[in-house]
Design a protein around this ligand. Sequence first.
Ligand SMILES: Nc1ncnc2c1ncn2[C@@H]1O[C@H](COP(=O)(O)OP(=O)(O)OP(=O)(O)O)[C@@H](O)[C@H]1O
Length: 122
Amino acid sequence: MFRYFRSMQYALNGLIYALRTERNVQIWLGIAIITIGIAFWLEVSQTELLIILLWMFLIGVSEYLNTSIEKLADRVTMERDEQIKHVKDIAAGATFLASIGAIVTGLIIFVPKILEKFESTP
Ligand SMILES: Nc1ncnc2c1ncn2[C@@H]1O[C@H](COP(=O)(O)OP(=O)(O)OP(=O)(O)O)[C@@H](O)[C@H]1O
């Protein structure tokens, strides 16, 4: 049990460290907070909110993994290396893929509600 709490402490340290030092993680958190604000403003359904949260966390997870892989790659070598380039590009590709999914989902959920809001305003 004690080991479990110690692992959680390490995980929390990682979450906080990346949040304090990595610009991309900070941007992710900022966008996530704004998106949730918009979701409440547009009064999305519970299911829609769950979908939005899932995408938000998926991007967060991929951003954290991407950051971790980048750090490990930099530890392997700071010299120009073709394999390191591929490793970093593929890791970045994962976040990019998740972002495309989130943007498409956001458009599908938000655009009709935004149009509805403006149409109903006198
Ligand atoms: N050692 C290297 N050898 C070859 N190419 C590299 C190397 N390091 C980085 N690159 C290339 O530069 C790109 C950017 O890498 P970098 O480590 O600067 O990450 P980044 O995209 O700036 O991410 P962040 O903004 O999170 O730091 C990589 O995707 C890769 O194409």
